[in-house]
Design a protein around this ligand. Structure first.
Ligand SMILES: [Fe+2]
Ligand SMILES: [Fe+2]
Length: 180
């Protein structure tokens, strides 16, 4: 793989892996704050980031060895409202700045699997930002997120609060979605 794309994919792998852990931590905070459904959203989104990290890791399958990985990653444990805001900003950074730049490079270098992995991630992160916004509005009104089941697409990391026919991003059958 061309080095700029492999460097970018490793950085994205680092960012997704850290986001996963961070969301599990913020989910625990949400539960402590009394927002059980927000915890479920954080946990579902954590698993979505694992999907993205896995796509990137597999795209790098021919690149064995040890690397120093530098990634943009948020830190801090604050109120659930503030954690949701930070989570949303992270998703927006990834979907509007980081991935579009990385995809442009990967397309130029004709790295098809890398492009596919990062396009799935970009589209899913945009949706994650919207879901976190919905959760933040509820929490700021003093309420828990008003959802029954949260569904995760195991192929691309798309998250929805309602039953759908198939994944609008990757076409995965809804029957394969994971419930939270
Ligand atoms: Fe995300
Ligand atoms: Fe999907």
């Amino acid at each position: 793989m061309n080095q700029m794309t492999s460097d970018n994919l490793r950085s994205a792998f680092g960012g997704e892996s850290q986001a996963r852990t961070r969301y599990n931590i913020w989910g625990d905070v949400a539960k402590k704050d009394g927002f059980e459904n927000v915890k479920r959203l954080f946990d579902a989104t954590a698993d979505a980031e694992r999907v993205h990290a896995t796509l990137h890791f597999k795209a790098l399958k021919d690149e064995s060895g040890d690397f120093i990985v530098t990634s943009n990653a948020g830190f801090g444990i604050n109120s659930t409202s503030e954690n949701l805001e930070a989570a949303r900003n992270g998703e927006l950074f990834e979907s509007t700045q980081m991935y579009p730049a990385y995809i442009a490079v990967a397309e130029m270098q004709e790295e098809k699997e890398a492009v596919r992995a990062m396009k799935y991630a970009t589209a899913a992160e945009q949706v994650h930002a919207d879901r976190f916004q919905t959760a933040k509005e509820a929490v700021d009104a003093g309420k828990d997120l008003d959802v029954e089941t949260i569904y995760l697409c195991p192929v691309c990391g798309y998250i929805t609060f309602e039953e759908e026919e198939s994944c609008p991003i990757c076409g995965c059958k809804f029957s394969n979605f994971v419930e939270y």
